[in-house]
Design a binder for this molecule. Structure first.
Ligand SMILES: [Zn+2]
Ligand SMILES: [Zn+2]
Length: 327
């Protein structure tokens, strides 16, 4: 197999020829058809997350086809089209797993972070954490749903039912979640980098009723807001934009430090929460609503060997929608 592997943090990925991985009992091997590039991959490569396995093959928005299985892979078989998400395995017996919050498991494995992921021609996954996908579909268009979509969905649920919702950072996740929020009948207010007219036009095209720079105040008070950009300075701005009792959700795995802010921004029962990882139940629910919403993802394709270019474009904010690697 071929893979783009990270050997040391801060270095570019290197194209490697590796032996084909063998699925152990309970595992499947998947021939990768497409793998999305997520901001979390940047955090892994840049060394912003602790305890990364090295060397590591990043990538956790994987769509592919099972081409080998170990024993006991319940309901899965060679040839099936599947998705492999960030949540790679959980322990099943810690207090969080037992209370249905496996996203917070004490002893988890994460795809492309603590176990090898999808920047490769092949990947092995624990069959219990793999999502079955419809037999036919556009693999490249589907890949961003595996994290931007899924974690975006979890953050939307946690934001609550408020009608007026703000999305800070209009990248891969927001462009999917804006469509879901519109389908739910909400009003979407999009916040972008200062002066990013292209992202603002993109947000309006996807149904946002207002799209401006993140330092601008929306014309109405918002009920809730989700911050997708890894920028701590957005936290006080989002708190300022929500009404009394409103909620601000931080959806990323890493954020720059949050500047201090006056208590009056949090006062009156405003809430500030974070979203971590996903549960398999999130995936089951999300993939049920995907066809109902008719989500259309905007993607930019890169060959697998150009993974470093895809990461650079994401880092520089040069992408509209989501980058997807195709082996
Ligand atoms: Zn656990
Ligand atoms: Zn991700």
């Amino acid at each position: 197999m071929q893979a783009m592997a990270l050997e040391a943090q801060g270095e570019p990925l290197k194209l490697k020829q590796l032996p084909d991985p063998r699925p152990a009992d309970g595992e499947v091997r998947v021939r990768v058809a497409a793998c999305g590039v997520c901001r979390t991959d940047l955090h892994v490569v840049d060394g912003e997350l602790p305890n990364t396995k090295l060397p590591i093959v990043p990538g956790h928005e994987i769509v592919g086809y099972i081409d080998a299985t170990g024993a006991r892979v319940d309901g899965l078989a060679v040839g099936m089209r599947v998705g492999i998400p960030w949540l790679g395995r959980t322990c099943g017996h810690c207090p969080y797993c037992r209370e249905g919050r496996e996203n917070l498991c004490d002893d988890p494995l994460f795809t492309g972070y603590t176990r090898d992921g999808g920047f490769a021609t092949h990947v092995v996954a624990d069959s219990r954490y793999v999502f079955r996908l419809p037999e036919r579909g556009d693999d490249v268009a589907t890949a961003p749903l595996l994290c931007a979509g899924l974690i975006g969905w979890r953050s939307l649920v946690i934001a609550g039912d408020g009608r007026k919702i703000g999305l800070y950072g209009f990248g891969a996740a927001a462009h999917i979640i804006a469509q879901v929020a519109r389908w739910q009948g909400r009003d979407v207010f999009a916040f972008t980098r200062t002066g990013d007219a292209a992202a603002q036009a993109f947000a309006r095209k996807l149904g946002a009723c207002w799209a401006r720079s993140s330092d601008e105040k929306p014309p109405e008070e918002l009920d809730c807001a989700i911050i997708y950009a890894p920028v701590g300075a957005l936290v006080p701005l989002a708190l300022r934009a929500v009404r009394k009792g409103g909620r601000v959700v931080c959806a990323g795995i890493h954020m720059s430090d949050i500047p201090s802010f006056p208590y009056s921004l949090l006062w009156q029962e405003r809430e500030l929460v974070s979203v971590a990882n996903l549960t398999r139940k999130d995936g089951d629910t999300f993939f049920t609503i995907v066809p109902k919403v008719g989500i259309v993802t905007e993607t930019v394709r890169y060959p697998l060997s150009k993974a470093n270019e895809a990461l650079s474009d994401l880092r520089a904010g040069r992408l509209q929608g989501a980058a997807v690697l195709v082996p």
